[in-house]
Design a protein around this ligand. Structure first.
Ligand SMILES: C[S@@+](CC[C@H](N)C(=O)[O-])C[C@H]1O[C@@H](n2cnc3c(N)ncnc32)[C@H](O)[C@@H]1O
Length: 498
């Protein structure tokens, strides 16, 4: 009896073995190589430099060189002068020379040739974790489902009936569960590739291996790193890393794109935008709304199939393109930078008109007003706003500009204004501010921009109070949120109020 030989996969830069485990799940025999000792690596492991490790004797070589030279997360350190090794080119040269089919994995922004992009949503995972895979054999690009929830850091409520947000991987047990990886240390986990990704790659490669297809060498995709970012934008991993945006520069970048638009690599079509569409909302004469002017020009997310939850256009910060002279990735703005410059929730002219109509002449009190962008829009529309924030705009990373005067004050300040409607805009999850404001507020009208219960804004305390004392009375039909960021503008009335 003959047993079928398993394909032998060499897992270079193996880390704790996330990528390696995916190949194992696809029926391969895996050997890991890493310059650091990896005592928990689940298969044969050799501690060695991947740049000199002998490659002969394998059916497929996978390489995950360190990503810090390209990743958003390391951008601030690079800007501060820290240097990281750029191992992709040297590794690719070795792999091509070996003649063995290969896969190189890295982060979005890395200089990979004709990569496919994999996202956790494609495999039903509760992580987004976009990763690029360049291969010497064809790999199909799966459709990219919409990101339904903002990724959360620590909370992953898997109880039946609850909304299940997507995780950001921080090395805790929730993260292990979300990644499908049980054996790694937290540090290894943060570096790891979800096993589903390489299982998919191995299965895609099954028909094509062995026999590398023609390689296009690095030099042929020239100018990749320069054109990866429009206007020299880097994608920051969080708001603390962001500087305020130059809105005119972003609009200029977008105008250049629309003057000569490129099609999306996923649909082959030039994306839509809000400007000029049925969703466009004119800014009234004499009013300034620079945030909206940017948002209406962003390309709309075109990567997900039409689905029941996509009832409104979803602007995106980036577009994957097939431009042979570029990197295949156009970035127009950084969402965090937009948020800290303007507001964490997009403020459309229709939202302001909707709120004004609800108020019927009443004023607004806002807790956690940040830089006062919504207060500014309401004030321009003639609404009297008392806006409070404990932090001085411009000095706190959450709000880098002051758009309109903010009074110093915490959430309890709203208690002084029972005659105004209470407005809360994307209150931070896990902070008591929203619950405190609702406890102190004595009036009857509440307007909130944010996510629903179980989402990434406000918190359980707030939603407990809301459920007990308030009833929903409407949702702004004009509210727009970014692709993957759940946000509604909702009005509630106090139960029993006349
Ligand atoms: C992004 S992590 C790999 C993650 C891994 N593929 C997974 O899915 O779990 C990169 C790894 O490269 C290793 N490394 C860095 N330079 C190396 C070198 N010259 N040779 C071998 N490994 C190296 C690091 O120790 C780190 O574990």
């Amino acid at each position: 009896m003959t047993s079928k030989r398993k394909r032998k996969v060499l897992d270079l830069f193996s880390g704790g073995g996330g990528a390696g485990y995916g190949y194992y799940l696809a029926g391969c025999e895996v050997t890991g190589v890493d310059v650091a000792d990896m005592p928990g690596y689940p298969f044969e492991f050799i501690q060695h430099d991947a740049l000199t490790f002998p490659l002969d004797g394998y059916d497929l070589i996978h390489a995950s060189p360190p990503c810090q030279a390209y990743s958003d997360a390391a951008a601030p350190y690079r800007t501060a002068g820290k240097e990281y090794p750029d191992l992709i080119e040297v590794m690719r040269a070795r792999l091509v020379a070996s003649g063995i089919p290969y896969v190189i994995e890295n982060v979005v922004g890395a200089p990979l040739i004709d990569p496919v992009m994999l996202c956790g949503t494609m495999f039903g995972l509760k992580v987004y974790r976009h990763r690029l895979f360049e291969a010497s054999f064809p790999i199909g690009q799966p459709a990219h489902p919409a990101h339904l929830w903002n990724a959360v850091k620590t909370r992953w409520d898997a109880s039946p009936g609850h909304i299940r947000p997507s995780m950001r991987i921080y090395g805790n047990d929730d993260s292990r569960q979300a990644m499908g990886i049980s054996w790694m240390t937290g540090a290894e986990l943060k570096q790891a590739v979800p096993t589903a990704y390489t299982r998919y790659i191995a299965e895609e490669g099954r028909g094509a291996l062995p026999g590398p297809r023609g390689h296009r060498l690095r030099g042929e995709s020239a100018a990749a790193s320069d054109s990866q970012t429009a206007g020299n934008v880097t994608i920051a991993e969080n708001e603390k890393d962001c500087e305020p945006l130059d809105g005119d520069a972003v609009l200029g970048t977008l105008a250049d794109f629309w003057a000569c638009p490129q099609p999306s690599r996923f649909t082959g079509k030039v994306p839509d935008r809000i400007a000029g569409s049925e969703w466009d909302q004119p800014v009234p004469d004499g009013i300034e709304n620079p945030y909206w002017e940017i948002v209406r020009q962003l390309p709309l997310d075109d990567m997900a199939s039409p689905s029941p939850w996509r009832t409104r256009p979803e602007p995106n910060m980036y577009l994957f393109t097939d431009d042979p002279s570029g990197s295949g990735f156009r970035l127009f703005a950084n969402r965090y930078a937009l948020c800290v410059t303007y507001s964490w929730s997009v403020c459309s002219p229709g939202d302001i008109a909707w709120i004004k109509d609800l108020l019927g002449g009443m004023g607004v009190v806002e807790a956690g007003a940040g830089g006062g962008y919504w207060a500014w829009q309401l004030r321009q529309a003639g609404v009297d706003v008392a806006a409070y924030d404990p932090a001085v705009p411009g000095e706190h990373y959450f709000a880098r500009r002051e758009w309109s005067p903010i009074l110093p004050g915490d959430a309890s300040a709203v208690g002084k204004h029972p005659d105004r409607a209470l407005f809360l805009c994307r209150s931070s999850y896990g902070e008591p501010r929203a619950a405190e404001a609702l406890t102190c507020y004595q009036g009857d009208l509440l307007i909130c921009a944010g996510e629903g219960e179980g989402g990434c804004t406000a918190g359980d305390g707030f939603f407990g109070l809301l459920g007990a004392g308030w009833e929903e009375a409407g949702v702004s039909p004009s509210h727009i949120s970014y692709s993957g960021i759940n946000c509604d503008l909702t009005v509630y009335r106090r139960k029993g109020a006349t």
